[in-house]
Design a protein around this ligand. Structure first.
Ligand SMILES: NC(=O)c1ccc[n+]([C@@H]2O[C@H](COP(=O)([O-])OP(=O)(O)OC[C@H]3O[C@@H](n4cnc5c(N)ncnc54)[C@H](OP(=O)(O)O)[C@@H]3O)[C@@H](O)[C@H]2O)c1
Length: 331
């Protein structure tokens, strides 16, 4: 039976990847930092087929030996874990750069140690977008990389962490017999399987809920590329399974300004208190997913994504009146 390991299995995107793998008959190893943390990881054990085919391993990205144990016997690794902070990080080196960069190198070395054949590394559109040299009206493709020095000058430490980690991952392609493929997802939205709220879902919630925060007064009307978490999971599996996948792949569906996105939400679910004033922000975010589409990827309409996302928030009780906003975020 095919056996693969997913790093950071309890996270937002990884949970969907685990669910998809279990539905396709894979034996799944999942790394989590604390297998006993039911709040973070309990949902994984409830997934269909999890009892028979999901095994959780305790592993921090900075612990090479733990990763080796988790990858033993696996032919593939889907490296999803990496910190996604929702606010200013006081110590970017420790909180972001080390887990992303040293963590990815540890994952790659552990893959070599375990004789893994193929790894898909989840990078980010933020490893593509911050490139002031790229003509602003031209779609960005996989040849476009974030300018690391430019990102540092803006203190965009998340973008710095993902860009360096992705570059380093691709340098390991064909080291021994390992194939390395990377995927750069746009801003990921869609229903949550996990019971702790991830950073990007918090941002979408902030479009709809004003209790306990001040962000709505200054919400930026910026262009952002979006992708559905379920379509992204399909893309990750496609990149793993297709022997023709090679190099890096942008994974993006629609680029919209915040105002347009909120207008769509309000047209389906008019009852919520959406922001009315915006701070205009210039700049395009045009991403091309042609390479991934040519490999056979397809995606659902944005409308379906928005409806499923909001229904999910409603089912989880996150939009109930009087319930305070779940966390402070300062995007
Ligand atoms: N969401 C997006 O819009 C988006 C867009 C592009 C790319 N991505 C990438 O997608 C991946 C997953 O993001 P997500 O949105 O699913 O966020 P998430 O829910 O916060 O997942 C992040 C995962 O990384 C794990 N992690 C962080 N530091 C770790 C460490 N030192 N050792 C082991 N595990 C560690 C977390 O584990 P704990 O639960 O223990 O903290 C968590 O499982 C990341 O690589 C991110 O850069 C996300």
């Amino acid at each position: 039976m095919k056996r693969v390991c997913v790093t950071g299995a309890g996270g937002y995107i990884a949970s969907w990847v685990v669910k998809l793998l279990l539905s396709k008959g894979y034996m799944v190893h999942g790394t989590v930092r604390d297998p006993c943390d039911e709040k973070k990881n309990g949902h994984l054990k409830k997934l269909k087929n999890a009892e028979e085919r999901l095994k959780l391993f305790k592993a921090d990205l900075l612990e090479y030996e733990d990763l080796c144990v988790a990858f033993a016997g696996c032919t593939g690794v889907l490296h999803v874990a990496s910190p996604v902070p929702g606010r200013h990080v006081p110590n970017p080196q420790v909180e972001l750069l080390d887990p992303a960069i040293i963590g990815t190198q540890n994952v790659l070395n552990a893959c070599l140690n375990a004789k893994v054949e193929k790894i898909v590394v989840v990078s980010s559109a933020s490893a593509v977008l911050l490139n002031p040299q790229w003509p602003s009206d031209q779609e960005m493709d996989e040849s476009c990389w974030t300018d690391i020095e430019y990102a540092k000058s803006l203190q965009q430490w998340y973008a710095v962490s993902k860009t360096i980690a992705e570059m380093q991952a691709l340098e390991n392609d064909k080291r021994d017999d390992l194939t390395v493929v990377t995927v750069c997802p746009a801003f990921v939205i869609g229903p949550m399987l996990q019971s702790t709220i991830n950073t990007t879902s918090l941002l979408i919630l902030s479009y709809m809920k004003d209790e306990g925060r001040t962000i709505r007064d200054t919400m930026e009307n910026s262009e952002r590329p979006y992708v559905d978490v379920r379509d992204l999971s399909e893309a990750i599996l496609l990149l793993y399974e297709n022997p023709k996948s090679k190099g890096r792949y942008i994974c993006s569906q629609y680029s919209l300004r915040t105002k347009e996105f909120i207008a769509k939400m309000a047209s389906f679910f008019p009852g919520y208190s959406y922001p009315k004033t915006f701070m205009e922000k210039s700049g395009r975010a045009l991403l091309s997913s042609k390479k991934l589409l040519n490999l056979g990827w397809s995606y659902r309409p944005l409308e379906e994504n928005i409806i499923d996302t909001i229904k999910n928030y409603e089912e989880l009780g996150l939009l109930a009146k009087g319930k305070p906003f779940p966390s402070i975020i300062t995007f």
